[in-house]
Design a protein around this ligand. Sequence first.
Ligand code: 13P
Length: 309
Amino acid sequence: MKVENWNNLIHEELFEIAENLKFEKNCFVIAHNYQFMEVQQIADYVGDSLQMAKVAAETDADMILLCGIKIMAETAKILNPNKKVLMAHPKADCRLALMKSADDLRKLKQKYPAAEVVCYVNSPATLKAESTITCTSANAIEVVNSLPKDKEIIFVPDRNIGAWVQFKTGRELFMFDSYCYVHQDITLQNVLELRKMYPDYKLIVHPECNLDVCKNADLVCSTSQMIDFVRKNDKVIIGTEIGMYDQLKFHFPYKKLVPLSSRMTCEDMKKTTLLGAVQALYFEQNEIEVPDEIREKSLRSLQRMFEIN
Ligand code: 13P
């Protein structure tokens, strides 16, 4: 199909173009829960990082368009070396993932040579390649518990998920000091104020929040686990990136939902627009590549995670 005058197209036209292109190119579109609603609307699957990785591993499409951040597109490519994997926006990175390099991890491994490495999925492929097993926010506790009790564990890169897992499992974890700036920003003070304003609401937070915030929540969970919680509860404070709140309001308009903070905006997740995503598919732009050696090593780390689920 041929498209002209991209800037004059309305949403409905872009939705139609996206549907035609997906069919023509046999492309599977995966979007993260934080994406703008109009981007989610062109996706064949919307989910959390674990679900995104699982559907990427299972699709038999020829091409994948990833609406999210670079680490998610890399994961899809690691699982699909022979497919074309496109990113909806070329510069949607993850600041947490960029804080430490594979060299930093090698140094930490030298300090604890007997340790197994658990690598949170919001990390570059080069870090996953240096790790024993990957985890996501949905399974970090199970992943750590799957390792023998007498094993030392390095947990990278997010110190807040690490602290939460350490608290829940009682295992000592050796960590980096990296964090997600969106979740790090939330303080216990914010939580206490909201609790006071909404005393009969439940509070759910993402484990990338500080430990004292997590300890004060009714549930600490992944973004998709938040959807399950809201399905069963009517008054909920949502403690994660604002896109999750937008999606929940869209799907559950009659529930009483409050964002923990309206400041919780991930600039990278918000780089993807409907127009940008459709153009990436039309022009087959922003293709992701992962060098073979890194791909093979990081694949083993991802496969170990799938085995325990
Ligand atoms: P999920 O694992 O819940 O998808 O979270 C990913 C993320 O980027 C959190 O900031």
